[in-house]
Design a protein around this ligand. Sequence first.
Ligand code: PRP
Ligand code: URA
Length: 212
Amino acid sequence: MENIKDVKLLDHPLILHKLRMIRDIKTEVKLFREVVDEISAMMAYEVLRNVELSECEVETPLGLMAKSYYIPDSIAIVPILRAGLGMVNGILKFVPMAKVGHIGIYRDHETLEPIEYYCKLPEDMDKKLCIVLDPMLATGGSAAFAIDLLKKSGTKNIKFVCLLSAPEGIRYLKEKHPDIEVYTACIDEKLNDAGYIVPGLGDAGDRFFGTK
Ligand code: PRP
Ligand code: URA
């Protein structure tokens, strides 16, 4: 259970209220998209809590303030395709200067192993805070694989943000990458035999893009 305690659980009442909507089988694609966007924006507050600030002067109408702060543009947002795309705009609302990379991975339906099909990252990843987005952390295979790729590209400072997670996925990810911070809005009960999070919300990509 140690690895599970290590996770940052973002269970603010506003987030839990919204999570119910995306879990609901009756929620249609338009509302599903809007709510994923809203939850991601709310999570951004905590994910960015310790972001390093730069200092600068600012001139107010009443004079010069010697020490003011701004977030430097050394943030990279990296959604795992497809479903991670749904979380990008929620975070970008607060850090619109962030660069966006993409990692394309799908799970093989039989083996549940991650298969990579795309990777395009911003430059100088070694100097950036990298926020990896994927709504679902199930077996943890996709997240761990994406973080392997990022580390190979020199990325050192990585946070992984998901909406729902299974205990199995958290354990696996923390075992493979103990150095990264994991944020989740809820830790669900378990995985079913097909590797789906239970009770979960179903297939996040299909629900977000309306493909099923
Ligand atoms: C889903 C989800 C994660 C992955 C999680 O993607 O968005 O990337 O499964 O499962 P894991 O923790 O067991 O690896 P999926 O493979 O369905 O692809 P999609 O986003 O293109 O639908
Ligand atoms: N991927 C999903 O989209 N949903 C799950 O429950 C597990 C993996």
